[in-house]
Design a protein around this ligand. Structure first.
Ligand code: FER
Length: 258
């Protein structure tokens, strides 16, 4: 077994990926050992080297799980323009990533963990492929995006949801095609939640400035088997208490081994 960095190609687009193993497996011969795997995904404008993403991946490795960090369409070193990314593209790509991960010869159980828009993606993908995941971990899941798109509220701006602008722009030069909004308007979170009945760990700061804490409260209520760990007084990316997030992930994943 060895750590590796590579691209998964799907529909002629490259998805940048990094596979990391628990230290104790690295000394083993390639064919000898098996291991559970967690797919880990970043959020909107994010990438796989963000502190909270790396922190979660390292913690999982230390807890005995391999991790497959991936960067979705228009993010990190993956193909596609940020401007052109949509939730529907991410959903389709994630299904391909899941199929790739499932087929890796060392993999025993499969898990999915994502932050923010990646947490929303985690919920949606678990709805689409409920049978493949032993458990899922949506971190600060941005479940308000689809409803925001339908109500004309995204990225702290308002617009007419019936007459979507060609482009959404934000300060710092961030430009997003109006098709992002059109796609998001067609996404429904509740049916996805109802389709996944396995264990769910949600971790959310009660003072998250980007994704309302209420998203976690609503999701944990709708899931049949979900647990919420609240991080008091922290930011969207857990700038102050990442250690508490990592402890929660570790404890939950220790339980998943039993
Ligand atoms: C928004 C608020 C939050 C939004 C996206 C996010 C597209 C996602 C944040 C993240 O993934 O970190 O209005 O609109």
């Amino acid at each position: 077994m060895k750590d590796s960095e590579f691209y998964i190609t799907y529909d002629n687009l490259r998805i940048h990926a990094k596979l990391d193993f628990p230290a104790e497996l690295l000394s083993e011969k390639e064919d000898d050992r098996t291991c559970p795997l967690v797919i880990v995904v970043h959020g909107f404008t994010g990438h796989m080297e963000e502190t909270h993403i790396v922190g979660v991946a390292r913690t999982l490795n230390e807890t005995g799980y391999a991790t497959l960090r991936v960067e979705m369409y228009g993010h990190g070193k993956s193909d596609g323009e940020f401007k052109d990314h949509t939730l529907l593209k991410w959903m389709t790509q994630m299904m391909a990533v899941i199929d790739y991960a499932k087929a890796l010869p060392f993999v025993t159980d499969l898990f999915l963990c994502g932050h923010s828009q990646g947490g929303l993606l985690t919920i949606l993908a678990a709805g689409m492929k409920h049978e493949v995941f032993k458990a899922i971990i949506p971190l600060a899941p941005a479940t308000m995006i689809p409803e925001g798109a339908r109500n004309g509220e995204l990225l702290g701006q308002t617009f007419d949801p019936e007459n979507i602008p060609d482009l959404l722009t934000r300060e710092e030069g961030l430009v997003l095609d109006g098709n992002y909004v059109r796609a998001a308007q067609m996404v429904y979170v509740e049916p996805a939640i109802r389709r996944y009945r396995g264990p769910v760990l949600i971790v959310h700061a009660d003072t998250d400035e980007a994704v309302p804490y209420q998203c976690a409260l609503d999701a944990v209520k709708l899931y049949e088997n979900a647990k919420l760990v609240t991080i008091p007084g922290d930011t969207h990316c857990y700038d102050h208490h990442l250690d508490q997030v990592l402890d929660a992930v570790k404890a939950f994943m220790e339980e998943m081994k039993a």
